[in-house]
Design a protein. Sequence first.
Length: 280
Amino acid sequence: MPGPVAVITDSTACLPTSVAERWGIRIVQVQLQVGDQFEDENRCDREDIIRELRAGTPVKTAPPEVAAFFWAFQDAASKGASAIVSIHISGRMSETVNAAREAAQQVSVPVHVLDSGTTGMSLGFAATSAAKVAAAGGQATRVIDAAERRFRASREILYVDTLEFLRRGGRIGAAQAFLGSAFSIKPLLTLKNGEVAPLTRVPGQRRALNKLVDLAVECAGDQEVEVAITRFGPDERDLEIGGRLRARVPHIVDSTLVDASMILGAHLGPGAIGITVSPV
C-alpha cells in the first residue's frame, strides 16, 4: 500500500509550530541577511530584527538553498512518503518556488511544486488544508486540489506604517503608486497576481485600522471563514481587531493571532498588521 503524501511549505506561511507539528507539515526556512551574514529565519531573533529595521540597518531576504529542499524531500521519502506536495510563496515575490522545483528533479518520489501566488496565512491555510487531506489518506491529486482551492479563495489585507520597507526590498509592486503620500496617509494593501497591490489610502492610523477591519468583513460576507490576524512586533491593536472581527463576521469557524514571518516583516516593516480571510 502506498505511503501518505507529504506536505512541505516555506517559512513565509507563518504557521505556528504547534499547527505544523500536529499536521506533519515540514517547513523549509527562507533566509535573512543582516549585514553580510545569512541565516535561516528560525535562527534569527525577532526583536533583534525589528531593532535593526528601525535603526535603518539593511535587512535582506534570500530563498532557501536548493539543498535545503533536497534534504526535506529526501527525508519525506525516507519516511515512506509516496509523493510530496510542496506549496510556496508567490514566484513573483521570491525565487523560493524555483529552488523547490530544481530540488524536485533530484528526488526519486514524485514532487508536485505549487506556486501559491500568495504568502502569509493564505499560504499557511492552504498547507494545512492539504495536510489534512493527506492525513486522511488522500492521494496527491486530492491534496493538490485542497491546497489550490484554499489559496485561490483566501484574501490578504495589509496595513503598513510606511511603504519604505517594501520599496527598499524591491517588493512594492503596483503599490508604488502610493509612494510620495503624506506621512499621515496610511496605505492598505493586498496581494494580487502574485505581488503587492494597492487597495486604498486612509488619513491617520486609527481610520486606516478601522478600514482594515471593514474590508475584512466585506471579504468574509456570509461565508464560513477562518481568519488570521498577523502582526510584526508586539502590539495590543491586534487583540482589539480580533474582537471586532469576531463580533462582525457572522460565520467565523476559527480565528487566530500569529506572528508574521520575519521574512515578510523585513519587507512590510515594524508595526505591520495583516488580516487573512480564508473561506473553508
